[in-house]
Write a protein that binds this ligand. Sequence first.
Ligand code: ADP
Ligand code: MG
Length: 630
Amino acid sequence: MSAQARGETLAFQAEVRELLKLMIHSLYSHREIFLRELISNASDANDKLRFQALAHPELLADGGSELKIWIDYDAQAGTLTVRDEGIGMTRAEAIEHLGTIARSGTAEFFRRLSGDQQKDSQLIGQFGVGFYSAFIVAERVEVFSRRAGEPVAAGVRWESRAEGDFTVETVERTERGTSVVLHLKPEAKEFADGWRLRALVRRYSDHIAFPVLMRKEGAATLEWEAVNQAQALWTRPRAEIPDEEYRSFYQHVAHDFADPLAWSHNRVEGKREYTSLLYIPGRAPFDLWQREAPRGLKLYVRRVFIMDDAEQFLPLYLRFVKGVIDSGDLPLNVSRELLQRDPEVESIRSGLTKRVLDMLARLAADDPQKYAGFWKEFGAVLKEGIAEDAGSREKILPLLRFASTQHEGTEQTVSLADYVARMKAGQERIYYVIGETPEAARGSPHIEALKARGVEVLLLGDRIDEWVMGQLTEFEGKRFKDAARGDLELGSLAGEAEREREHAALRESKGLLKRVKDALGERVSEVRVSSRLQDSPACFVLGEHDPGAQMRRVLAATGQQAPAVKPVLELNVDHPLVRHLDALGEGEQFGELARLLYDQAAIAEGGQIENSADYLRRLNHLLVRLAGIA
Ligand code: ADP
Ligand code: MG
């Protein structure tokens, strides 16, 4: 016997060790989920074999061609076995699949864990625990497997006690596929019980499309009976499926152990035929922002599983959606490349996009609180749709939510419909302002006068907001207006008397504006009297199409240089400092104070000032002088 065949002991990947440790403790109260996970894997293995057998029917020859799943137990020995006749694993595959976690971003995810068990157990569900959940109830797990098409001598036995390593050896195995044998912990022996197991299968795995068989209790001879419905859930009529089953099916397809927020199950008949079952998860997966993270739907063609993560059926901005699409028209040998070109797929995609957006609209109307939860998790992704999918913009706009000056704090959000409904008499624009965060936007000097007038302002702070908002023109006939750009377009919000006062201020300030512009030189393109300030002495204003502070930060972060634009400096001519400035004669003090106001405007944008030491010197100089102590 070769050394290889005799077996070797290998260490788990560090992340697996971490996962095992965390999971065993934090999921103890949900420990029965292990069964669902193992049945789910058996079902996946059967699916994969059936798919490969389309091109290689001989793969089904060395065992049953009717694919099934068996569950058996031995109360005496305290063991529990889940067996399938699916695709199986080679020795190398067992090492890879049961010893590592391949998903990108895994290491990063584990670095983020806090060590606080309560919090981490929330996170662990986002991750999907899978096969390793067997160790919640088992002190030792053995896996016997043979890959379909491989000879009997090429079986593998894998074993571990979850203590940092596992062993593998090559064994003979007549049966195709995989048996997972759990040696139950003393306190988990209750699972080696027929009634308990039957109840769990019905509760969590009824939707599995293959028969799940168990030994008939009390029968004289060995007889197996199916304990689930063994019919693919999505093929059943909606009215017959209880919510509970929709939820457990979600947990199977999404590898999530929390409940989904909503789902939509539809059959399309006629020129094209397909069934879709789409879910909105309750929580963002840990790798939502990773480019290579798996996304997309499970694709079936006439009930035959074809592939996981078929991303062609939904646009990128709906990448959080999970579920199944079963097409009646696509060929069974469809590949990812074919999917990319197929006009059929394009049309299903626009149908599904509409379904998802409608489902979200329904959720928002029926259960605003749940919708708020959705927005918190996925709003920043959905927003990408404004730019990415102009054709769906009308459907996406009502789904947007914003922090607003209407509410303290950023937790409570408003919709555009809310905003428009309470616009002031004479108000013609939907005002918004972008800061580094919504909270920073709330403090922006640009909205001081709007706030003072009681005009609501939407507060934005996502990285992509400047890009997204730049694409928007109007909602229900009301144009959007960035409060930090150009003219505020107050229209009839400003009364006759007020406009008169502004004109007077303009006339009186002409001289001051020119002197400030001369003092600041090329730093600014223009100096103006402001109508947006209330408490602050000065602010910068951008042209309608200049890249804003946020865009500059994003560009800088990716190593790009934003085109240089000179801001307009606006002065609050009612502010005591500006009045003081006006009163100063030509000279050093005037220049210093003008420069101070300029730097403050830059700071208020969250921007960099040229020389902070210089700025502080000027500020302290001024403070000392105003305090009359020097
Ligand atoms: P997931 O199912 O999300 O991929 P799991 O932790 O449940 O993650 O399983 C890890 C991998 O182990 C699977 O992707 C599969 O490659 C392999 N595996 C687990 N169970 C089986 C099985 N019964 N038959 C074949 N392969 C399996
Ligand atoms: Mg799994």
